[in-house]
Design a protein around this ligand. Structure first.
Ligand code: FAD
Length: 430
């Protein structure tokens, strides 16, 4: 049931936003969770397995998504955005825009008949362009809510979906809906953006088909993968000699991101181990500046990859060039620990281990005051040692990668901190 007053608005339905919502809802607070995509889940639901335990990401994520969706104290508004946040006395007036899905969520059963009959094919953003999707689509098989959305910009209005929908759920008359709510507190859990690999043109992403980024590789290795094998995009050949280029867009002043993304070393080592299972005959080489295996069990995980036969080369990669005849890639690097000098190696697939960038878009929603960002454009933690979720604005808190690079366990921990700080704040209002 939709209400006009809530204790807390959580913005962002990734793992940090879900965890914050569940913690607060379990304490008895009424929570509204706003997610801009058609499904909650964030990046985690798209991953293969998680380091260092190699547990299946979606097996952990889906029960949490479903608990969030069904909790009696949580209202989830998917495909929605926050237009404005204004402080009024001790509360916030927030305006929400719910975008039309052109499918009635109360009727859609998720049967995908519409998808099967839609004649339009466009790039699938949830598979990072590896495959296509239809103009009417369910983002992925583990989506929650599992209801279809019509991408009206690409729809040709042929009516095929409407004719086959057994639930009569297609509704082309839907308009955007606007809600004005009152909340006592807000948690920003808006996550991170992936470093766009095209910003390193010397690595050839977007130019050479056999150069992909690590998010694409995680999709290829996940249980909800777009096709049932790891293949080269150029020709569908099974790769035999795969390279990883660490720190693509992290610790790199030339692209304006000098900080470490904290996850790329470990997710690359994870993918290398998964690839050794999927392609036992493939050689895997990881080019790195430093391996930052700082967490519990991480160093052992790194050693395990070495023992499995992954080759680690300490060397900064300067350039990647395609060999026209084969589509293979020539990687030119500075050999720091070996015999030294500039060297070249040939690989048939290159994966760029792209880093995290901030997602500061939410700042424009604050109409009467300014949310402070840190020097890297993450939400600024004004008291990181004692109140890590506190921002410069009273009553506004932040969780997960909205405040800086974090892996999943650290995002969950920060959601715990945000929940405790919000609860104390709301109780102090009485
Ligand atoms: C290739 C790759 C592999 C990885 N592998 C691992 C791994 O094995 N183990 C591990 O621990 N970590 C891994 N990570 C890191 C992991 O993805 C993050 O730690 C985790 O996703 C952070 O969760 P989050 O909720 O903070 O952010 P996100 O997952 O980014 O979620 C943010 C959510 O907020 C929504 N949102 C954003 N802006 C708005 C807005 N204005 N209004 C409404 N909604 C909004 C987004 O749509 C999204 O749903 C990996 C990352 C990558 C890129």
């Amino acid at each position: 049931m939709f209400h006009l007053e809530y204790d807390v608005m959580v913005v962002g339905g990734g793992i940090a936003g879900q965890e914050t919502s569940l913690n607060l809802a379990n304490m008895g607070f009424k929570v509204i969770l706003i997610e801009k995509e058609p499904s909650i889940g964030g990046k985690m639901i798209l991953l293969s397995k998680v380091f260092p335990t190699l547990d299946c990401a979606s097996c952990i994520a889906t029960p949490k998504m479903s608990e969030t969706m069904r909790h009696e104290n949580i209202e989830v508004l998917s495909y929605s955005e926050v237009s404005s946040i204004e402080r009024i006395d001790k509360k916030f007036k927030v305006k929400i825009l719910k975008k039309p899905k052109f499918v009635r969520e109360d009727l859609c059963t998720g049967c995908q008949e519409c998808e099967a009959n839609c004649p339009v094919n466009v790039e699938d953003q949830f598979n990072f362009g590896l495959v296509g999707r239809r103009a009417v689509y369910i983002p992925y098989s583990t989506a929650i809510p599992k209801t279809a959305v019509i991408d009206i910009d690409n729809c040709i209005l042929c009516g095929a979906c409407e004719r086959v929908c057994p639930a009569n759920a297609i509704d082309f008359t839907q308009e955007p809906e606007y809600y004005t709510l009152k909340v006592k507190s807000v948690v920003l859990a808006t996550g991170f953006n992936l470093f766009p690999a095209r910003k390193k043109p010397q690595y050839g992403f977007g130019m050479y088909p056999n150069v992909m980024d690590a998010m694409e590789m995680d999709r290829l290795l996940s249980p909800t993968r777009p096709y049932n094998a790891v293949i080269r995009p150029l020709d569908g050949k099974i790769p035999e000699n795969i390279a990883y280029i660490l720190c693509t867009g992290s610790r790199d002043v030339s692209v304006g991101n000098p900080i470490c993304s904290q996850i790329c070393c470990m997710y690359s080592i994870k993918q290398a181990q998964l690839l050794m299972g999927a392609l036992p005959l493939a050689d895997i080489t990881i080019y790195y500046i430093d391996i930052r295996a700082f967490g519990k069990g991480f160093e052992e995980f790194y050693q395990q990859a070495k023992d499995m036969g992954v080759q680690f080369i300490k060397g900064k990669v300067a350039k990647i060039e395609e060999i026209k005849e084969s589509g293979n890639l020539k990687v030119r690097y500075e050999d720091i620990e070996g015999s030294g000098g500039v060297k070249e190696m040939e690989h048939d697939l290159v994966v760029l281990s792209v880093g995290m960038l901030s997602n500061p878009q939410i700042t424009s929603s604050f109409k009467t005051e300014e949310l402070e960002l840190d020097e890297y454009f993450y939400v600024k933690q004004t008291d990181p040692l004692i109140n890590p979720a506190k921002t410069n604005l009273k009553g506004i808190f932040a969780a997960g990668t909205a405040t800086g690079p974090k892996d999943i366990p650290d995002s969950i921990l920060s959601a715990g901190a945000a929940s405790a700080e919000v609860a104390a704040y709301i109780r102090s209002l009485k």
